[in-house]
Write a protein that binds this ligand. Structure first.
Ligand SMILES: [Zn+2]
Length: 509
């Protein structure tokens, strides 16, 4: 054992995971570290949807040294350093910037850091693999086999079925002794949701009366008095394994229905591979301008603020009615809403997409066509992006370093890839439906997009200063065509996100 291993061993938590899972009263939340040498619990502080760990306890578990000076917190491990700054969500890891979902916060004499510190800051400089399973509050240290196990129970009168998915695949042995059926996995530990089975079908009198963790790698199912026999089959599905246990009731009466003899239905997608939640639940549409701020105005008196509101309302009606997605407007009347409040509405409602609508104006009456923008950050960022090079930002130690991430506290920086992808999808759908400018998708440092914490685009629908466009923009046909294009682009985004969710469902971050 090396030094670090001994330190993990020395404070192995006395509380078995089984006890934590079974406990009916909610225990104080902990992050469980699982290592070859043992198990250890770190206290968790919950702040909204953030889970934070005390930095001193992390340091003790991983043999890190922590120093605080000149407003920075320096965490060292074997000559490698992480520099954290209070109130900043960016951290420097060996000179490279990474982002955390929340800034370090002081609590009494200690610092609390988000659990993602472990996967994003510590993992890159640590000697062993660190695998954060946020949903199960588990950190797997090193090469342990800790498959995620999900159990589904399908109750029935004469038979019931347990469907147990294991990802990544792990072998298992099913055995029955008296009124207990056990499933033992070939693994070092299990990553289990709590409760193990969230099926209302389990309970007194049912074929399966209770489910629990018997030891760190064995599930135990208490069988009801009507239990007769069981049959277990196993088959691999993609990177997971599905174990199906059919539990048959004893036949006590001739009239009792026969156990099912029909072949088992084809397996569905294991839950781990299906999207956990709908990838798009809410969208914010932002009708530009409003109130005293009229925006652009046509020669005939058509105002940008009225046009954007009309189109936003049409879009809301179409999307809500046909896609079942919640659509919020940043304003639903002729009011001026500050730009930051518009983004805040989207952030506060955890919207999955932000679409700001505008209409253009130009000194050149011939200027024509719609354009789609997503955020750029400052002239430097724009130039660098145009030049195709990495962006240069100051590091904590002074000087400049090439990095992939952009500035401080600008939420949109994390979503630029998706914003750009959605802009392209929208352009594709608008193409052939409404006149586009030759510029197509562009980047611009637009304040209303900067702090959006979700994919965000701004659409200039056309030019009010162009007489032909003025007529077009005001018309039903144009507005319907644009709304249809937006609708189809959202469908594309939803499909793309669903595909990503399915692929990364095993990654709980
Ligand atoms: Zn505008």
């Amino acid at each position: 054992l090396n030094v670090r291993a001994r330190s993990l061993l020395s404070v192995v938590s006395a509380v078995a995971l089984a006890a934590e899972v079974l406990s009916q009263t909610a225990p104080p939340p902990v992050l469980t570290l699982l290592a070859r040498e043992g198990r250890r619990a770190l206290p968790l502080a919950i702040n909204g949807d953030q889970e934070l760990v005390p930095l001193d306890e992390v340091a003790a578990a991983f043999q890190l040294s922590v120093q605080e000076s000149l407003g920075a917190i320096t965490v060292s491990y074997k000559g490698r350093t992480i520099v954290l700054t209070p109130d900043q969500t960016l951290a420097s890891v060996s000179g490279r910037l990474i982002s955390l979902p929340a800034a370090p916060v002081r609590s009494g004499r200690r610092w609390l850091v988000p659990v993602e510190f472990l996967s994003r800051a510590l993992a890159p400089i640590y000697d062993q693999r660190l695998d954060l399973r946020k949903a199960s509050r588990l950190l797997v240290v090193g090469d342990l086999r800790v498959p995620r196990v999900t159990v589904r129970y399908e109750p029935g009168a004469a038979s019931a079925r347990l469907i147990i998915d294991t990802a990544p695949r792990a072998g298992s042995t099913v055995s029955q002794e008296n009124d207990r059926l056990t499933v033992k996995f070939e693994a070092d530990a299990l990553d289990l949701p709590a409760p193990i089975v969230s099926s209302p079908g389990i309970g007194p009198g049912a074929l399966v009366q209770a489910a629990r963790l018997a030891d760190s790698v064995t599930l135990a199912f208490e069988l009801g008095p009507r239990f007769g026999s069981f049959k277990a089959t196993s088959q691999p599905i993609d990177s997971s394994n599905r174990l199906q246990v059919d539990i048959l009731a004893a036949q006590t009466e001739a009239a009792a229905p026969a156990p099912p003899s029909a072949p088992a239905p084809p397996p569905e997608l294991p839950p781990a591979l299906a999207p956990q939640t709908a990838p798009i639940r809410a969208i914010v549409i932002d009708p530009g301008h409003g109130g005293e701020d009229e925006g652009a105005r046509s020669a005939g008196g058509l105002k940008e603020k009225d046009l954007t509101l009309a189109v936003a309302r049409r879009a809301r009606a179409a999307i809500e009615a046909r896609l079942g997605i919640r659509v919020l407007l940043t304003r639903d009347d002729d009011r001026n809403v500050p730009l930051d409040d518009r983004t805040a509405l989207a952030n506060n409602n955890k919207a999955d997409l932000f679409v700001s609508l505008h209409v253009n104006a130009s000194m050149r009456p011939s200027a024509t066509g719609a354009a789609i923008f997503y955020a750029a950050f400052g002239d430097d960022a724009r130039e660098e992006a145009a030049a195709g090079s990495a962006e240069r930002l100051p590091t904590f130690g002074g000087g400049l370093r090439d990095i992939e991430l952009v500035p401080w506290n600008l939420a949109q920086t994390r979503h630029l890839d998706q914003s750009s992808a959605f802009a392209a999808m929208l352009q594709q759908q608008m193409h052939d439906r409404i006149p586009l400018s030759t510029r197509g998708v562009e980047r611009a440092p637009l304040r209303v997009l900067e702090s959006a914490n979700m994919p965000a685009v701004l659409v200039e629908l056309g030019y009010l200063t162009n007489p032909e466009q003025e007529k077009l923009l005001a018309g039903d046909a144009f507005q319907t065509s644009f709304v249809q294009a937006l609708y189809d682009a959202i469908l594309k985004l939803r499909d793309a996100l669903a595909a990503v969710t399915a692929v990364t469902a095993g990654d709980t971050r």
